[in-house]
Each structure stands twice: as C-alpha cells, then as structure tokens.
Design a protein around this ligand. Structure first.
Ligand SMILES: *Cc1c(COP(=O)(O)O)cnc(C)c1O
Length: 382
C-alpha cells in the first residue's frame, strides 16, 4: 500500500465540478485582477476569522511582508521571531532591512516560548511575529501582554492555522495582523500562489489594501510605497469553491489525528500534544522520533510518504549568518529540527491507510530510543 504525504488529486476528485464552474465564471467574466470573486473571498475569510477586514494578497509570504510594511517596520527595527518555522517568517523581516531577533520554542507545541519573547525585548523592538505551527496557536495571552507593555505590533503567521482557535478565538484575530497562505498544500489550498491578511482594525486594513496596489490612492497617486501584492481572481474563485468544504476537511484531519494518537500509543515515537487552550486544525501531524532519518528511510521503503518540517532552524540558515547566531544558541529549536517527522494527515485518508501508516511507524521505530525529553513543559499541554 502506498500512502503519500499529501494527495491533492484525491481532493480534486471530490470537488472537480465546482472548481471547473468557478474557473469558467472567471473566464466568462474576463476579469482577472481583484473584482467580485476576490471581494466574496475576503468577506468570507473576515467572517470565518471574526475580523473587520480581510485583504487578499499574492501569497502568505506577501501577506507577512505587507503587514510589516503597514506597520512601518524598517531598518534598525528589531522584530522577534521564533527560530523554528518556514523561512518566509524571517525572510520578510530581513528583506525590509529590519533585524530578526530569534527566540526558542516550547518543545511540546513547537511554538515560540512566551518567556523567551519577554526576555528578547529591547528598546529597539518594534514587532513580534508569532507562528501557529502545524495547526495550533502559540500561547497568545502572555505575548499580547508583553506587546501591550512595550507598545509592539503583533503579527500572527497563521499560514498553517486557518480555522484553529486559541481560547475559543480564531487564529489571525488575536494580534494586529493575521496572515494566511493558500499555497496548494495548505489546509485551504489554491491552484497556485495566494494569501490573505486579516485585521480587526479598519485603518490597518485600509493601509494593507493600498500597499497591495503600489500604495496608490487614487490610481496613479502614491501616498505609500507599496508593491503588487494582488491575489488573482482565478485563485479567489477556486478558493470560493473550496471554502464550503473546509469545516468537513478540518473535522477529517482531527479524526485522523485521533486515530494516529490511538494507534501509536505506547510506541517509541512521541505523538503531538495540543495545549488545553487550543483547538488544532492538524495542518500537520508531526511526531518526534530519535534516529529520525533512518526511520524516515524505512517508512519510504514501505510506501509511507513523510516530510520534515523543518530540517534546519532559521537562526542557522546560511543567508542569515550575518546575524551572528551559532549552533547551541537555540537548543530546543535545534533538537526539534533533528527529531520532527510529519505523517500523512490529509482529509481523504482511509482507515486502512491510517492503520498502514501507524503499523509501519511502529515497526520502523521499534527499538529506537525515546526522543529527548523536553526541557520545558507547555503550560496546560495535555
Ligand atoms: C506556507 C507558509 C508561509 C508562506 O506562505 P506562501 O503562500 O508559500 O508564501 C509562511 N509561514 C508559514 C509558517 C508557512 O507554513
């Protein structure tokens, strides 16, 4: 039996007619940039996240970049970011000439450690980017407290958390800006690149809207220095066709996670822990396992696709060497990079596939030592 890490063809088979109709609507309209499909998507994402404004943009990366630009982050400004995330989280900071300041993560949730964030604040800190990794939110209350005390902007990198909640509140609605990605492999994926910024603050939303179109208002008059961060009408139409399925897909991801939890109990891998304040959407199901690379190779031989999110922490990336970080500076993130392994979690997995994956994981990890004990324990992690 073959179980890939993700099977978008299986999903397409269930929505093909709706997607083709959506694409056809755009073809008939010959309206490709912004327009009614984009407005409809923005309204629905604003409703879903309980925010005042949603601004469709060209990617999750551009959502983060545009939010930082709206917050007027620039050279000399320090921005606190977790050391364990996808590169985009820090790339946008560095590209604006601002200074990324890395913090370590909680070993249980893989999200930024709020105490480390508090310790990293200096008189030059302007913003904090928190990442809601793998589908569960970072512990936001202590982060928002620090931000209030020091008057800092909070940007949520919610690229992996559309539909997740923190203490009952939607991911993306907690900070000043929430940034989503519709990269094809995300839980709500476009058929190309696309993203969204959400905000509770209408003024912030208006700034993002201007920045998305070269900072122009009216056309050809530029009060702000923006860029082309627009979402395509075609992508918006496809996302409008897919959005009605999101709740069912999320429910299926959660069921799959519960099945793995049960099937992997008592094995030598550590299954994910969700903090008591969180409802995860299980964007990924990431286990910890020592001797990860040999376990992964064995799984591959038995037809089980896996992925490593992320094999190198951000502070050790070659293009950021100028920041002066070295091995050992952020040990929890470094250990996570050596031990994490994502298993297939996509909604269309069958019971047989789940059982096959779990059996193969148990077999591949048999006799392997338990993963390193977390140095910290997440507050309220279950
Ligand atoms: C996917 C992702 C991004 C970037 O989104 P793109 O749409 O690929 O630009 C940023 N941050 C995180 C955590 C992501 O997973």
């Amino acid at each position: 039996m073959n179980v890939p890490i993700l099977d978008l063809k299986a999903q397409f088979a269930t929505i093909e007619a709706d997607v083709r109709a959506a694409i056809d609507r755009v073809l008939q309209s010959q309206r490709f940039i912004l327009g009614p499909e984009v407005e409809q998507l923005e309204k629905q994402i604003a409703d879903l996240t309980g925010t005042a404004e949603a601004i469709g943009v060209s990617s999750g990366t551009d959502a983060l970049l545009c939010a930082l630009m709206a917050a007027e982050i620039g050279p000399e400004d320090e921005v606190i970011v977790p050391a364990f995330s996808f590169f985009a989280t820090v790339g946008v900071v560095a590209r604006l000439g601002a200074v990324p300041v890395f913090v370590d993560i909680d070993p249980v949730t893989f999200n930024a450690d709020p105490d480390a964030i508090a310790r990293a604040v200096t008189h030059r800190t302007r913003a904090i980017i928190v990442v809601h990794l793998f589908g569960q939110c970072a512990d936001m209350d202590p982060v928002l407290d620090v931000a209030r005390q020091h008057n800092l902007v909070v940007i949520e990198d919610a690229a992996q958390a559309l539909g997740a909640t923190y203490r009952g509140k939607p991911a993306g609605s907690l900070g000043d800006y929430g940034c989503f990605s519709f990269f094809p492999s995300k839980n709500l994926g476009a058929y190309g690149d696309a993203g969204m910024i959400v905000t509770r603050n209408r003024e912030n939303g208006q700034r993002c809207r201007l920045l998305r179109q070269h900072g122009a208002k009216p056309k050809y008059h530029h009060p702000l220095l923006g860029g082309n961060f627009r979402i395509d009408a075609m992508q918006a139409a496809i996302l409008n066709a897919k959005l009605p399925h999101l709740a069912a897909w999320t429910a299926a991801r959660r069921r799959n996670a519960e099945a793995y939890d049960r099937l992997l109990a008592g094995s030598s891998v550590r299954t994910p822990a969700i903090a008591s304040y969180n409802e995860s959407i299980f964007h990924q199901y990431v286990i910890r396992v020592s001797e990860r690379d040999s376990v992964r190779a064995a799984l591959s031989e038995h037809g089980v696709g896996t992925e490593i999110y992320y094999p190198e922490p951000l502070h050790l990336q070659p293009c950021l060497a100028y920041l002066g970080y070295g091995e050992g500076d952020l040990p929890v993130a470094e250990t996570a990079s050596r031990e994490v392994l994502a298993l297939p979690i996509y909604p269309e997995l069958t019971d047989d596939m789940l059982r096959h994956v779990a059996e193969q994981v148990r077999a591949a990890a048999q006799g392997v030592a338990a993963p390193s004990e977390p140095a910290l324990v997440a507050a309220g992690a279950s």
